[in-house]
Design a protein around this ligand. Structure first.
Ligand code: SAM
Length: 226
């Protein structure tokens, strides 16, 4: 009888441990670590807003991909082209809060820019973000840089121009990522196709495509000159 009770108690403990560790794992970056107050605040914000992004925002999975690229490489000087209401910016800035970095993000639409700024504040990440209301066609070429991480997610037909404008300011080892692109675009064409064809032709850029992104993310890393 006693042995049965001990067995049942051990089973209950095992179930609770399994449940709590899967909740922790689902809560994403920082899982398994103590997690700071900021981590908890960002996670709470993202969970509360999970079904509410309506402005062409990236998915949670894509946000996580960007976050992990930054943390794994220790990137600190980030640029985002196309803020919208700030979902990707939050993932990027969350990563930068861990590497000690800062993000400049650019949006042309005043309403989306305003909403993004409010979201950054609510998530507790505003000190890591310089949100600019501007036409990126004009602003990106005059930004000083340097940048070691760029996320391009604005007007697709301009991707190649954004890339060319940023390239001299991209550090060696730094990367230019672009959203809504795939290796199928390597033959060029309209939209982001001309960017994909171009970046794949450059011997000093090493380009891969993120696994696990349904929308498609290219990651182009600048190699050292030979
Ligand atoms: C796909 S949405 C960005 C989504 C955002 N990265 C996210 O995941 O939350 C593209 C945004 O780029 C902005 N955009 C388009 N052309 C632009 C330009 N020339 N300069 C700045 N922003 C631009 C649009 O207004 C739109 O909000």
């Amino acid at each position: 009888m006693r042995a049965t009770r001990i067995g049942a108690a051990a089973g209950l403990v095992l179930i609770l441990v399994t449940v709590f560790s899967s909740v922790e794992a689902a809560s994403g970056p920082g899982a398994g670590q103590a997690g700071s107050d900021l981590d908890r605040r960002v996670r709470t914000f993202l969970d509360a807003h999970a079904g509410r992004w309506r402005d062409m925002n990236i998915s949670e999975a894509d946000g996580r991909i960007l976050h992990d690229i930054i943390v794994e490489n220790g990137y600190t000087q980030a640029l985002e082209i196309g803020t919208s209401t700030g979902r990707s910016g939050i993932w990027i800035a969350w990563a930068l809060s861990k590497t000690g970095g800062k993000l400049i993000t650019v949006e042309i639409d005043p309403g989306r820019h305003r909403e993004a700024v409010a979201n950054f504040r609510e998530a507790g990440l505003d000190e890591f973000i310089d949100a600019r209301l501007a036409d990126a066609h004009e602003l990106v070429p005059v930004l000083a840089g340097p940048f070691d991480f760029v996320f391009c997610d604005a007007d697709k037909g301009w991707y190649k121009n954004y890339f060319e404008a940023v390239l001299p300011k991209l550090t060696v080892g730094g990367c230019f990522t672009a959203h809504n692109v795939s290796p199928r675009m390597r033959r060029g064409g309209w939209g982001a196709g001309s960017f994909v064809e171009h970046v794949l032709s450059l011997p000093f850029m090493e380009t891969t495509f993120a696994e696990g992104s349904r929308a498609g993310i290219s990651i182009s890393t600048k190699r050292p000159a030979k």
